[in-house]
Design a protein around this ligand. Sequence first.
Ligand code: TRP
Length: 426
Amino acid sequence: MAAAGSAVGLGNIWKFPYIAGESGGGAFLIIYLLCVIVFGLPLLVTEFMIGKRSGKSAYGAFRQLSGNNRWQWLGWLSMLTAFIIMGFYFVVTGWCFNYLVEAIRHTFHGQDAAALNAYFDGFVGNIPRVLLYSVVPVVLTASVLWFDVNKGIEKLSKILMPLLLIMMLLMAGRVLMLDGSNVGMQFFFRIDFSQITPYVVLEAMGQCFFSLSIGMGALITYGSYMPRYQSVPAASVQVAVLDTLVAVLAGLIIFPAVFAFGFNPAEGPELAFVVLPAILEKMSFAWLSGVLFFGLLCIAAVTSTISLMEIVVAFFCEATAETRHPLNRHKSVLLVSAIVVLMIALCVVANLFDFYDKVTSCIMMPLGALGMSIFVGWGLSRNGDQQPQFNAKGIKRPVVALYLLSIRWIVPIAILLIFLYNIGLI
Ligand code: TRP
């Protein structure tokens, strides 16, 4: 459940619809679903397994399992990726907080598509305001880690996240009753093969990594907390299915509304932020719906920032433990927050939003995934370690064989091919 909570976040509700909208709707959806099966499932299994077997986070896991330092770069890559993701994830979380405040003030009452677009442009053009709103979730996240109340937040989110899901179902129901919603349904479900380019495939792969939180070692840490009896394949399937359902549900809400209200599906990162207020205004109890939805969205975003920041805090503590200047938890939280604020400032002031996003999703996470698949598929087996430990009773031999085939051949070759196609070498 915790891993599903980490996976479900802004990636599903904000990023998935906007990337799908830019990349041709249905064509993107089908490639995305393929990516979840081809990359998502084997890599979820891989990361959980590395964590479960080593009992360590990304910093110590590779050394522990391989017995040497040759794979240590994967741990460092994971930390670096988490920092860059935070650099823009906090900015979007800040947008959510800003929209929550506006929902409370009922600013969007009676506004049409043009006004909502103009509002968004005005807001992101106001750099001090965007910075202020990005730092709020940093402080919140750091406080949760400082006071070690993560467990409490996790319990709270177990009640609130299903509420977000119910809210989204209600919104999907409302949207489907709008005039012209069928155009959006067609856009989202009709596959236009001419839209499929190497870049769309790269984007789908990147979105799959980002949304499932794979390729950066985050789930290694979660795996290290798994009880012995827990089945790795079952947990992986649950995370993949739940995360994908939420993404598709977000598409089902956004796209029919895009066409019914006259927005542009290829609007870009602002898509969810201009379309959702328009939908919420159409709900019964519009004010309450808006406040509830954006409130829950902020909480969903902060549960993801908590786990992102926790990865780096734990990494710093572990990495400095054997040095002369070990960082304790509190110092580590302060240091990480300071670096994150710098990353955010750089993102907003130097306009690096797209760069942060693309470099992590489309390069760093696939690279991490490539490294981990080679580590498990080839590195470990050289130590005579042939069998993956699924810790699942009655798991069938063909499933193990299929996993090994994926992680040794299919995953690394597919990632390489997608890279080569995109830099034009093929
Ligand atoms: N998967 C999260 C989302 O969809 C974002 C994310 C990427 C993440 N990597 C992570 C969250 C690592 C926690 C840990 O919003």
